[in-house]
Design a binder for this molecule. Structure first.
Ligand code: SF4
Length: 316
């Protein structure tokens, strides 16, 4: 493991973040979210707290938390709440993380069994400090969920593992139903938005996941409104199709705090529909494109749509 001071030096720098003097665009009227006040929301929150789990819903200040948690749909973030990277768009804490919590997979599985979910999404912070990038903890989490909730389908939303040997193979061998890895943005914006990551490497992960298991659904997502052009989005979608990705999610980037990258533009509902049509024409089994689309938003309903879409393709 890297020492904390080295880690800090290697992974943390604020230089790419937003200069707060920049103008903040006003949120348009079509972006409306449910206030987190329902009894379902409160009981999900209580269970998450009691189970000592972290969620990306809270860590990333997701605008959909009111709606998702009211249905018990929380996306648990394993491997702690501190990330070894500092992406310009992300509100997850950054720094030197603690060691691995060996009891986390069981606590997670118990919480999921209490939530009685049909489909669950598990994600993690980036753990570039670990030899396996955290792949083992994903595997243990999937195994524990399968044991306690055998009928719950599982989606893993993973980091890129920084080319750590064997990490992806381990994850795929645990047989998740959906393998999700987000490209986040177009290739040109990587240095600004996803510094420390590689567009090509992320594409290769998706491609390789499908090669390792042709039956696993593969999924990827991007944010728009960071300065990308429509032809660049088109190129990215083509790249995803070449990597045989089944499902793509496209949502509006929203600046979590003034320190983060600013929103260059809010796309209209019509623009999201155009991107959706474009993606369907390219052959994706499923496309979710709307201002509030997030990687795990409506993941349960979408998983069932994915299965139907595949069956329909096979039966053609
Ligand atoms: S969209 Fe995903 S991250 Fe956001 S609240 Fe819903 S489950 Fe959580």
């Amino acid at each position: 493991m890297l020492k904390t001071s080295k880690l800090k030096k290697k992974y943390i720098s604020n230089s790419h973040l937003n200069n707060s003097a920049e103008v903040t665009l006003k949120k348009p009227s079509w972006i409306k979210v449910k206030a987190p006040i329902s009894s379902g929301y409160l009981s999900t929150k209580e269970l998450i707290r009691k189970s000592k789990l972290n969620t990306v819903c809270e860590a990333a200040s997701c605008p959909n938390i009111g709606e998702c948690w009211s249905k018990g749909h929380a996306t648990v973030m394993i491997l702690g709440d501190v990330c070894t990277r500092k992406c310009g768009f992300c509100n997850v804490k950054s720094g030197a993380p603690a060691g691995i919590d060996l009891f986390e997979p069981l606590r997670l599985a118990k919480a999921i069994s209490k939530l009685n979910l049909r489909h669950v999404v598990i994600t993690s912070v980036d753990r570039d400090d670990l030899d396996d990038g955290g792949a083992n903890q994903f595997v243990k989490s999937v195994e524990a969920i399968k044991k306690l909730s055998p009928t719950t389908t599982i989606e893993v939303l993973t980091p890129d593992f920084q080319r750590k040997e064997g990490a992806l193979e381990k994850i795929i061998s645990s047989k998740p139903d959906v393998f999700n890895h987000n490209l986040e943005t177009i290739s040109r914006l990587y240095k600004k938005v996803r510094r420390g990551a590689s567009y090509k490497h992320s594409l290769n992960i998706l491609k390789y996941a499908k090669e390792l298991s042709p039956t696993v659904f593969t999924k990827s997502g991007i944010m728009v409104g960071l300065g990308e052009k429509i032809d660049e989005i088109e190129l990215l979608l083509e790249d995803l199709r070449l990597a045989k990705v089944d499902f793509v999610t496209i949502g509006q980037y929203m600046q979590p705090t003034k320190k983060h990258l600013s929103v260059e533009r809010y796309l209209t509902i019509e623009e999201f529909s155009k991107i959706e049509n474009l993606a369907y024409k390219m052959g994706f089994l499923l496309v979710s494109s709307s201002p509030l689309t997030r990687s795990s938003y409506h993941a349960d309903e979408d998983f069932h749509k994915l299965k139907i879409a595949r069956e329909n393709t096979i039966n053609v």
